[in-house]
Ligand binder design. Structure first.
Ligand code: FBP
Length: 547
């Protein structure tokens, strides 16, 4: 395989580990835990894995460990650093006992059910250290939720002598990891299940999980490109760039990028919802900024749009909730309707209020809202072209204002959607170290017999040496939510908090950014060089941790 000069140099990078993990460790147990909400319901569903204590690893005496085999799965969307989680896990289990083996299940949880796997040997692992992507074993979105899947999985785990399975995934995949841990514990199968917090979206975080891996690298990659667009925009001075950013429901990516590049406008879905803004309110907000800059002779600008925005406009949220429930039971009937009748079919079957909202939407967006849900029942927001919807509506509003003599500028828009560009980028130093530590920590949780835990590495704005490694019971992060029309236990998604430091820092300066051209051009991720250039965590993390 031909490699770039950077790939070759980067392969030699030795990720940093917290001091406590460098030698032999011992697990220090904290107080019993409880779920963030709906304690009674969650406890009932997870009798074997509920209420377990927090774990912190501290330096301890060396011990001997019997040989064991471990399995690993990459689940869901790619996120930079997945290969380092696996290499950390590999190095961790080999340190426990060089005879230990690691098996990777191919193309996500489906690989476990279909018995599709390969042994990850040292030479394979070495090829992938510090690289982006999930291609070492591939990823997939099969939802592990049914007993027959668990049993099929157990067959192969037993055959390969696998004592523990590590599932690297987002909130939904870790929820399923916990369901699996509970199932295997209830059956006394002797298979432990450990989760690792992955997702560029940054929405798997809480008191014990400071950030999900991949968020750092993805945001830095998008910020580089947005910065380049801003510079182009400020050079040509003739376009408004509407830039949609991945992130599903949460606006963490948009907010982090805004803090890095200082655009003219950044919409935050959670705020739109809190202020009960309508689509027209959002459009008026953008159009007013465009008009105000035009009055200064600046017919250009940048708008960042979180991909989940549409779900947070209250009227749209209600519509989507009804559509989700409706399509969960009527997907087949809907698919059988002639394509040119489908819009009317939906209108005829919704409540009057939602039908009216649906009917008011442009054809394209209305259709996009009825596309297949992902296996977890989520609308695939990355398929909805909100950036085009908004620029079109802003253009119309400005034309009306022009006719009324309220606006004098020129408005031309360019559209971008950044998501896939950042999910497989070579991990930043932060993600390279963080992921390696998460994987290594997972191996220690396994060695200590834990199941139903998520690997946790905290104190991440300090140098890696001072990071705190341990485990959090997954049930601690759960609450009950409506999915596919039913109440289900799920890890609570972390949305942008309007009382949180990152949003407050943004809100304090955004009016200035809207009026002035205050762009910042972060440039590409640097892997070698001064620490202030190479090792900075995200602004989100820095602001959240600056206590
Ligand atoms: P995960 O939650 O699985 O990490 O997914 C992240 C993500 O990139 C979202 O930001 C995006 O909405 C979605 O995946 C896109 O899904 P797909 O990869 O199936 O196109």
């Amino acid at each position: 395989m031909t490699k770039s000069a950077l790939q070759i140099a980067r392969a030699a990078y030795q990720p940093k580990l917290p001091k406590a993990l460098k030698g032999a460790v011992v697990a220090k147990e904290g107080e019993p835990t409880q779920s963030v909400a709906d304690q009674e319901a969650i406890q009932k569903l997870f009798p074997n894995t509920y209420g377990m204590p927090l774990i912190q690893f501290v330096e301890g005496e060396a011990k001997e460990y019997a040989p064991m085999n471990v399995g690993v799965i990459l689940s869901g969307g790619q996120a930079p650093g997945g290969h380092n989680v696996i290499s950390g896990l590999f190095d961790g289990i080999k340190k426990l006992n060089p005879a230990n083996k690691l098996y990777g299940f191919i193309l996500g949880p489906g690989g476990l059910v279909d018995h599709n796997y390969k042994e990850l040997t040292a030479d394979i692992i070495d090829e992938y250290r510090n690289t982006g992507g999930f291609d070492i074993i591939g990823s997939g979105r099969t939802k592990l939720e049914k007993e027959d899947q668990f049993e099929k999985g157990y067959e192969i785990l037993k055959e390969l002598g696998i004592k523990a399975l590590v599932i690297i995934g987002g909130d939904d995949s870790n929820t399923n990891a916990c369901v699996l841990a509970e199932y295997y514990a209830a059956k006394n199968y002797g298979v432990q299940v450990i989760g690792c917090p992955k997702t560029i979206d940054g929405d798997l975080k809480n008191e014990m999980i400071e950030t999900s891996f991949g968020f750092d690298t993805a945001c830095k990659t998008y910020s580089e490109v947005i910065g380049n667009i801003e510079r182009d925009c400020n050079s040509a001075r003739k376009y408004w760039h509407f830039i949609k950013l991945m992130g599903r429901s949460a606006s963490h990516i948009a907010l982090e990028c805004a803090l890095q590049v200082q655009p003219n406008i950044c919409l935050i879905s959670e705020e739109v919802e809190a202020k009960n803004m309508s689509l027209d309110d959002v459009v008026t907000y953008i159009a007013s900024a465009v008009a105000s800059r035009a009055a200064d002779g600046n017919n250009f600008g940048t708008v960042l749009i979180p991909e989940g925005l549409i779900e947070f406009i209250p009227a749209m949220k209600k519509l989507i909730a009804e559509l989700n429930d409706f399509l969960a039971v009527n997907a087949e009937a809907y698919a059988a309707v002639e394509p040119n009748q489908q819009r009317q079919y939906i209108i005829d079957h919704l409540t009057a209020e939602n039908a009216a909202v649906y009917a008011s939407l442009p054809e394209g967006v209305a259709r996009q809202l009825t596309l297949d849900r992902d296996p977890h029942g989520n609308v695939q927001v990355s398929l909805i072209e909100t950036e085009k919807l908004l620029s079109e509506m802003v253009g119309k509003k400005l034309a009306a204002w022009k006719a009324e003599g309220k606006y004098v500028g020129k408005f031309a828009a360019q559209h971008h959607f950044f998501g896939y560009e950042g999910r497989c980028a070579a991990p930043s130093n932060f993600d390279a170290d963080y992921c390696y530590s998460l994987g290594y920590t997972a191996s220690m949780l396994i060695a200590n017999g834990k199941t139903g835990y998520m690997s946790s590495v905290r104190n991440t704005t300090a140098p890696a040496e001072e990071w705190i490694a341990g485990g959090v019971p997954i049930t601690m992060m759960m609450n009950m939510e409506r999915r596919h029309g039913e109440m289900k236990p799920v890890i609570q998604k972390a949305l942008v908090r309007l009382d949180g430091a990152p949003f407050k820092a943004f809100a304090a300066v955004r009016d200035t950014w809207a009026k002035e051209t205050a762009y910042v051009y972060p440039g590409p991720i640097q892997y070698f060089g001064p620490t202030e250039v190479c090792d900075q965590p995200t602004k989100t993390l820095q602001l959240e941790q600056a206590k």
